[in-house]
Design a protein around this ligand. Structure first.
Ligand code: HEM
Length: 123
């Protein structure tokens, strides 16, 4: 996909904004009970997406592959499913979403591994 790296960074920035607002809300209310969900939003959503975006900027050949586009969709989906899933699990409202989200996050990383091994970083 053209501009794939930018899309990863846009996703990273949006997740970071949500994660930071959530962090401020937790601090203001002195209720840190959902901090693991906040942590995963920031780490998978911001740090993970930014690392992926950096790789695709360094390897435009990889960014052009179909697998990379699938990776982008899966990376977004995994955060969007896993983070509420963790919040639901913490509040004892079921673990199904967290389980699905964790598998999606794993699959996203498997795809990234395949893309990196296939395309590397051009010399
Ligand atoms: C405006 C910015 C942020 C605020 C106000 C904030 C606030 C908080 C608060 C109040 C906690 C709970 C601490 C505790 O109970 O001990 C927390 C935990 C955490 N935050 Fe943030 N945070 C912010 C940004 C970030 C960012 C950018 C990251 C990562 C890139 C991050 C990662 C984490 C992690 C990993 C935890 C621990 C989660 C856990 O205990 O399971 N936070 N944050």
């Amino acid at each position: 996909m053209k501009n794939l790296s930018s899309y990863f960074f846009i996703g990273a920035a949006l997740f970071a904004l949500c994660g930071m607002v959530w962090g401020i809300q937790m601090s203001a209310t002195h209720d840190h009970s959902l901090s693991p969900a906040h942590g995963h939003l920031n780490l998978l959503g911001f740090v993970g997406m930014a690392v992926f975006g950096t790789y695709y900027a360094l390897a435009p050949n990889a960014a052009g592959s179909k697998l990379a586009t699938v990776h982008f969709g899966l990376a977004i989906l995994s955060v969007v499913v896993l983070v509420p899933g963790i919040a639901l699990a913490i509040t004892e409202n079921g673990e199904a979403l967290a389980k699905v989200g964790s598998i999606l996050a794993l699959l996203s990383m498997v795809l990234f591994t395949v893309v990196v091994v296939r395309h590397r970083i051009p010399a």
